[in-house]
Design a protein around this ligand. Sequence first.
Ligand code: SAM
Length: 204
Amino acid sequence: MADSTINRYNREAKKYEQKWHKYLDHTHRMLLKHIELTPSDVVLDPSGGTGLLAKKLIAQNYSFEQLVINDPSDEMLAIARQRLSDKPSISFKNKKVQDLSYPKNYFTKIICLNSFHFYEKQDQVLSQFYKLLKPAGKLYILDWNREGFFRIINSLIRWSSSEYINTRSLRELQQMMSENTFNIQTSHRWNWRYWKLMFVEGAK
Ligand SMILES: C[S@@+](CC[C@H](N)C(=O)[O-])C[C@H]1O[C@@H](n2cnc3c(N)ncnc32)[C@H](O)[C@@H]1O
């Protein structure tokens, strides 16, 4: 089922940033407000799409040692590669998140932006993120927040789409992260236009 999402992103990759310009501008700005990176960070962006976040990190002088941009959509990743392949600290992977294979404790930060609702086995992915993070490493998730009236919008999105979409409320996400032994450090929920959004930071 998730393949229909990947196929859609393949089809829409070239128009993605233009189509979602305002939404991406908002969510990326909110994410950058809440995350911290240091020059020794080894960062995973498990659904990095067109590499827009990396572009913004570089433009805003965030420093890191390595950044892995993963995305299962060839066409989204092609844009990321084209945009960033001259950056030696950035590498690319083309897998579904659940198929990523790295040694335990490899990353110091994982940034999951606008994508968690597409993951079919969210609990398993959180457990995988936990293993991939070094002790004291951080997981940052920003995604839709299935609360209040957004439950209705979410139901309409699910009803009208053949894709796998599993949006969580902030409370559900906090609970899932806690069950996977993340220590919740910060969380925020807010409204933007008709979207309800949330951000959670968990530490290993
Ligand atoms: C809304 S886009 C977000 C891209 C980027 N994080 C951003 O904010 O611009 C969602 C991305 O999730 C990716 N995706 C879908 N299913 C996935 C999966 N199972 N594992 C990893 N990424 C997935 C899609 O290919 C797409 O690029």
